[in-house]
Design a protein around this ligand. Structure first.
Ligand code: HEC
Length: 357
């Protein structure tokens, strides 16, 4: 089994691939995920939605769409999305997100994009695609993701033109409409920084097959809301008490009712920590990092513990945090390609991540 080379098997930032519109581009990805095979209408609805969600209203994306209308006309289905100021910053294979339970999957393939517009900035989008189980991903009735892992790991034995040809095939297979899961954003179009996820939802106006909506953020506790006294906080503390060990090990899924549809962090000001006051004193003494681990699995703490808000920057370099993740993911992928079933916690994969302050 080859040892995994990060820039061949896990993360791609080479301009020869990322700037080739045949391989990937913002326009190509939008056309792939949108039901009309174009993406203009979905983009327009999505950017307008930033300004109307009850939990947070941000005007700049909609204003950006006004500029596109001025330049390219009022019909989004006729826009040339390839002329819009967006740059692909990286392609990411996330075998470490595999779910090895019987009905599981082999993680995700992700495309990160940054806006290069002078006003709509910093504004980063992540497109998430599912990696489904293939026939060789099950061994003796157990899900291993062995075949999918081996396909990515084997790329480490190639280089030059042979590598790029194989990569183009792998990327085309990974980025399809059927495999599209959701989008994520991290942006600072208005202070403070904000994170959201965008999932498919029915269009209230009935015009589009689907629009994009903000669900409760995956694994992000609603710190602000849960710090406020009341029955929701009481219920949360009881739940933390009951699941303290799993939460401390970052192995517990957080129920939707304790999560928020967006989260914000003010640059230069320490993030107010989650309060666990009132939890059993013995539990707090036994698990001194419990609060930090509950927070670290969420968007805000993970993007600020060892990174400055953004992990894959507009210039295609990565944060110190992401560098360490990639090393841990290489070891993880090697184990999966050998047919082992390594278990990843929620949040960082690296052994001793910096804990949120
Ligand atoms: C484990 C820590 C961690 C958590 C938790 C996390 N991210 Fe990230 N995020 C990363 C890393 C590392 C990348 C680089 C791509 C990858 O690894 O998938 C990234 C990439 C991104 C990007 C592309 C721009 C960039 O910073 O590279 C967006 C947008 C994003 N994440 C949003 C979110 C949202 C929204 C959440 C919460 C639902 C979230 N992230 C949770 C670590 C994290």
């Amino acid at each position: 089994m080859p040892s995994v080379v990060i820039e061949r098997s896990l993360f791609w930032s080479d301009g020869a691939l990322l700037d080739d519109p045949q391989v990937v581009s913002f326009a190509k990805v939008m056309a792939t995920v949108a039901p009309d095979g174009h993406g203009g209408k979905l983009l327009s609805a999505w950017f307008h939605r930033f300004a109307t969600t009850p939990h947070s209203e941000r005007a700049l994306p909609a204003q950006f769409i006004d500029q596109v209308v001025a330049a390219q006309g009022a019909d989004p289905s006729r826009w040339d999305l390839s002329t819009l100021p967006f740059k692909v910053t990286g392609l990411h294979s996330r075998m470490d997100l595999a779910d090895l339970s019987p009905q599981g999957h082999c993680g995700e393939f992700r495309v990160s994009v940054a806006s290069t517009d002078v006003t709509l900035q910093p504004f980063h989008v992540l497109f998430l695609f599912r990696q489904p189980l293939l026939p060789g991903d099950t061994h003796d009735g157990q899900v291993t993701c062995e075949q999918t892992a081996r396909a990515w790991a084997d790329l480490s034995t190639l280089d030059g033109a042979a590598l790029n040809e194989r990569l183009k095939l792998a990327f085309a297979q990974a980025m399809t409409r059927e495999r599209f899961l959701l989008l994520e954003t991290v942006e600072f179009t208005l202070a403070p920084w904000e994170w959201r996820q965008w999932v498919k939802a029915a269009d209230p106006s009935g015009q589009l097959p689907f629009v994009l909506e903000n669900p409760p953020l995956f694994q992000q506790v609603d710190v602000e809301g849960l710090n406020a006294p009341g029955p929701r906080r009481d219920e949360f503390l009881a739940w933390v008490e009951a699941n303290a060990d799993l939460l401390d090990a970052r192995r517990q899924a957080i129920p939707e009712r304790f999560r928020a549809p967006s989260v914000r962090v003010t640059q230069g000001i320490p993030r107010p920590p989650l309060s666990l006051d009132g939890l059993d004193a013995g539990t707090l003494a036994r698990l001194p990092d419990l609060r930090a681990n509950v927070e670290l699995v969420g968007c805000a703490a993970c993007h600020t513990a060892d990174a400055e808000f953004v992990q894959t920057k507009a210039d295609r370099t990565v944060s110190p945090f992401y560098e360490k993740e990639l090393k841990a993911r290489a070891t993880h992928l090697e184990a999966m390609a050998r047919g082992e079933r390594p278990v990843a916690p929620f949040g960082p994969l690296q052994q001793t991540p910096k804990l949120p302050p």
